[in-house]
Design a protein around this ligand. Structure first.
Ligand SMILES: Cc1cc2nc3c(=O)[nH]c(=O)nc-3n(C[C@H](O)[C@H](O)[C@H](O)COP(=O)(O)OP(=O)(O)OC[C@H]3O[C@@H](n4cnc5c(N)ncnc54)[C@H](O)[C@@H]3O)c2cc1C
Length: 483
């Protein structure tokens, strides 16, 4: 089977010819990377400013992480809220969470403005937990959210869960005790080790189809201000005081601003001729993880659902200094899926197994699928999903994608402090559909001249965070060596 057999790319119906960069060109704004981040950034800049935009993609639109994800719409971070509060303070952490939640509204606006027809569903989804001490972390998150005035998601705990008396009394109004059978029913599982659930708004979308449809809309709507070049890899970005020069194989682009929406810092160099060196180390600190996913077809008889399964103890989360090293959780979605025209099924997708890479440049799109990953996914379905087929599972789709992790596990959105000609909306970090959309809106506001309050998405915050993290990591190693 083709290792890049993603259900999202399978559904793309593309008639648009590929346009490459055929000449040297000068534009207001050059955006590199046409995944969801680059396309949403283009959308908001075109909608909210008068600037011209050139969107440049090394391969094809939406064929990066955007075409290889789980397509689960969720406003989560890959970090606990309390850890964001510890690092950045309550106010910045709360602003960040509210901003990403607000991206649901931005997405709905885009659907209405561009009259999109890509199927999207939203519903209540559930996160399941196996250990009471781990759910105490979630209660701690919710206590802080309440302090910041943020709406919280309900938490249900089985009334027979072991360790209930370990829950601090202060949290007693932050959860409800329910029969264990209700927990299992919400999670659609017969795996009795799951003893608690958080319910939150989630959704499903084929983000590749969404992005492809938006590109079509932008090309039709902004004929005189929007250009797209695919199969045009940028290998060098040179920054001057008030412009950038981007070099592709045969031609180059001059732009007032360049916005990197490249997921990680893949295969290109940056020279800053108008200030200090852009921190090469920082760029190398976007680390890669290959995420493995598989999908099977079911009869179209159950409603859409999005579930996550955290078989973790508090120790698994708290003992890890760097969120990048955390024990993975398993995520599952079920949604109606048209395999071929009018051939409707439910598609059940499962992801979670991953492999770390030293450098995002080591990722090979065509690499073989991992045997361990498929065994883990099959084992999970047998053990956990109540409607799982018995025996060997016939996976219709198996695919993998690259996740670029920033040092803080937070998307980087904003101007490079050493030269503001360069901007970023990047760092996939495992969960990135809504943050990419929020990032696109924030970038368009900066381009439009709005003075924004500091945010933990600022590149400056990531530079600072990466130093804190490496100091913490060194201390952690020293402690570990002494033990
Ligand atoms: C297995 C997996 C599961 C995931 N599940 C979810 C999920 O359920 N929910 C969720 O919210 N998020 C999920 N994510 C994360 C989400 O998919 C990403 O955060 C999001 O798609 C990132 O979009 P992007 O545009 O930043 O990156 P990408 O989609 O990777 O786009 C970057 C583009 O930049 C191009 N590019 C890079 N360098 C250059 C260059 N030098 N010149 C030209 N072009 C260049 C690449 O070709 C690529 O097309 C998942 C990711 C993976 C891998």
């Amino acid at each position: 089977m083709n290792p890049t057999n993603s259900p999202w790319l399978h559904q793309l119906e593309r008639t648009r010819p590929v346009d490459t960069l055929k000449d040297d060109i000068a534009v207001d704004i050059a955006i590199v990377g046409a995944g969801i981040a680059g396309v949403m950034t283009s959308y908001f800049i075109l909608r909210d400013t008068k600037k011209q935009v050139l969107l440049i993609e090394g391969g094809r639109v939406a064929h990066g992480a955007t075409g290889h994800n789980a397509g689960q719409i969720v406003s989560d971070f890959e970090r606990e809220f309390y850890s964001l509060v510890e690092e950045y303070g309550l106010s910045l952490a709360a602003d960040a969470e509210n901003s990403v939640r607000g991206a649901w509204i931005l997405l709905e606006q885009i659907f209405a403005e561009a009259k999109l027809s890509t199927p999207m569903s939203s519903f209540m989804g559930y996160n399941g937990f196996t250990h009471v001490d781990r759910i105490v972390d979630e209660l701690k998150n919710n206590a802080l959210r309440l302090e910041a005035g943020i709406q919280i998601s309900p938490i249900y705990i089985s009334d027979t869960a072991p360790g209930l008396d370990e829950i601090p009394k202060d949290y007693k109004n932050l959860y409800n005790l329910v029969p264990h059978a209700d927990i299992l029913s919400l999670l659609e599982t017969h795996d009795v080790q799951y003893i608690a659930v958080i319910s939150e708004k989630k959704g499903c979308v084929n983000s590749a189809m969404l992005v492809e449809e938006i590109v079509g809309y932008l090309l039709a709507t902004y004929k005189d201000r929007f250009m797209l070049c695919e199969e045009t890899h940028i290998h060098e970005v040179t920054l001057e005081r008030d412009l950038a020069l981007l070099k592709a194989k045969e031609h180059s682009v001059t732009a007032d601003k360049v916005i990197l929406c490249t997921n990680g810092f893949e295969k290109f160099s940056i020279n800053n001729n108008a200030g200090a060196d852009i921190d090469v180390k920082f760029h190398h600190m976007v680390r890669g993880k290959i995420g493995y996913m598989a999908g099977l077809l079911e009869e179209l008889k159950h409603p859409p659902v999005a579930l996550s399964f955290y078989d973790q103890t508090a120790e698994d989360v708290e003992s890890v200094v760097d969120p990048y090293d955390q024990k993975p959780y398993i995520y599952m979605t079920r949604r109606p899926y048209e395999l071929e025209k009018n051939e409707k099924h439910n598609l059940v997708c499962v992801g979670g197994p991953d492999v770390s890479l030293d450098d995002t440049g080591q990722y090979i799109k065509e690499a073989e699928y991992s045997k361990e990953a498929i065994a883990e996914i099959e084992g999970f379905l047998h053990k956990t999903y109540q409607n799982s087929p018995k025996g060997d599972i016939d996976f219709r789709f198996k695919w993998h994608g690259l996740m670029g992790y920033t040092p803080t596990s937070i998307r980087v959105v904003g101007e490079e402090p050493k030269n503001r000609v360069l901007m970023y909306n990047l760092g996939c970090n495992g969960v990135g559909i809504l943050t990419s959309i929020y990032g696109g809106k924030r970038i368009s506001e900066i381009v439009g001249g709005t003075k924004l309050a500091p945010s933990l998405f600022d590149p400056r915050a990531v530079y600072k965070g990466s130093k804190t993290l490496s100091r913490k990591k060194r201390i952690h190693r020293l402690v570990a060596q002494k033990l």
